[in-house]
Write a protein that binds this ligand. Structure first.
Ligand SMILES: Cc1cc2nc3c(=O)[nH]c(=O)nc-3n(C[C@H](O)[C@H](O)[C@H](O)COP(=O)(O)OP(=O)(O)OC[C@H]3O[C@@H](n4cnc5c(N)ncnc54)[C@H](O)[C@@H]3O)c2cc1C
Length: 333
């Protein structure tokens, strides 16, 4: 990869065969502040996706065609990302911070010799060097890391910034980029299961936990009744989270577990109901911008950590909050 006068920022767009999700639009918003965004897709982009890419000011959309090679394997996807980076002379490759993308980012950095920044919440140009901000050690330290190589690969945490449309629309013209790749020796893709939504027994579609802007989480204080948590989550259009204790009790699936051995989240708003805030849990949500605790114990660690706390029984507070939100919405519409 070489640096050009105006830095090309290659943004890997996931699920381009459907409408784009917020994290991709956030990455494009950041890319515009650092250079000229070029979108890269590993699937043929849909018409709604191209429309959104045009709104995001993207002129070039590279569709890397991997043929029969399984693009679900990160090492295979990284061959395409590295090829596209070389093809465009990108100074920065930007991905959203999903588990899979972090692995693709690592393979891409290794292939291209670029510096690697994982889970940044900010990225700025400091005299030609890219400097990424990230929160580490379970949210207790804010750090800044400068990339010392010419090119960089970075993954951006969902909700780190607000997605915005570009001042002027781009052409979003699609270019094919044939890429020859195959599964690494000894690895074969047998099955593929897509988990698009938070754990949920009722079949209601909710945003994916790892990228939701609002998360309502329930813990042992629910005593196994997640009804009030679901009610408030649906009033807010939020994802549902939980603690490991609630998962171990069999009250909710492991997909919903937030924390050290679950999902790490950084939503704009996190509401923790009946959750004590043990270090194993708060390490996974402490990066939330606003933390709200609902707890009967005013001295629970999560209450002390929170921006706002409501002291009382979640079985009364959550339904009351959901009803108030719904009646406010109805009055406004
Ligand atoms: C190796 C290891 C890894 C772990 N990884 C994780 C992880 O990834 N994620 C995770 O969450 N945990 C994890 N844990 C477990 C963690 O240490 C805590 O045990 C767990 O987070 C506590 O869950 P909780 O807050 O639901 O329960 P509790 O700690 O029992 O807290 C329940 C809270 O609910 C409140 N409450 C009770 N009734 C009500 C009510 N009616 N209304 C409102 N509030 C009420 C109580 O005051 C209390 O604060 C891990 C543990 C280990 C050992």
């Amino acid at each position: 990869m070489t640096e050009t006068a105006v830095r090309t920022v290659l943004v890997l767009i996931e699920n381009a065969d459907a409408a784009l999700r917020s994290p991709a639009l956030e990455a494009l918003t950041l890319a515009r502040t650092l250079g000229m965004p070029v979108a890269l897709t590993l699937a043929e982009p849909s018409t709604p996706a191209l429309d959104q890419l045009a709104d995001a000011g993207v002129d070039r959309v590279l569709f890397a065609d991997l043929g029969e090679a399984p693009r679900e394997i990160p090492a295979v996807a990284a061959v395409a990302v590295a090829a596209a980076a070389a093809h465009t002379g990108a100074g920065l490759v930007l991905l959203t911070s999903s588990f899979v993308n972090k692995e693709i980012a690592a393979h891409t950095a290794w292939r291209t010799g670029a510096g690697l920044l994982i889970d940044v919440t900010s990225l700025a140009d400091a005299g030609g060097r890219l400097v990424g901000g990230k929160r580490v050690f379970a949210g207790t330290w804010d750090t800044e890391c400068a990339v010392t190589t010419q090119a960089a690969v970075a993954t951006l945490r969902p909700n780190a910034l607000t997605a915005q449309a570009a001042a002027s629309r781009g052409a979003a013209a699609v270019e094919g980029l044939p890429v020859a790749a195959s599964s690494p020796a000894g690895l074969e893709l047998l099955d593929r299961v897509v988990h698009e939504v938070s754990a949920d027994a009722s079949g209601v579609v909710r945003p994916a936990l790892a990228e939701a802007a609002v998360v309502v989480a329930g813990g042992r204080g629910t005593a196994g009744d997640f009804g009030p948590v679901e009610d408030l989550a649906d009033a807010l259009g939020a994802a549902i989270g939980s603690t490991r204790d609630a998962v171990d009790e069999g009250w909710i699936g492991h997909d919903a577990q937030v924390g050290q051995t679950g999902v790490t989240i950084a939503p704009r708003v996190y509401i923790g109901a009946g959750i004590s805030g043990a270090p194993h849990h708060h390490g996974g949500m402490q990066a939330a911008r606003t933390i709200i605790a609902v707890n009967t114990d005013s001295e629970a660690p999560l209450v002390e950590l929170s921006d706002f706390a409501v002291i009382g029984d979640l079985h009364e507070i959550l339904p009351a909050a959901a009803a108030a939100i719904r009646s406010r919405r109805a009055a406004q519409s």
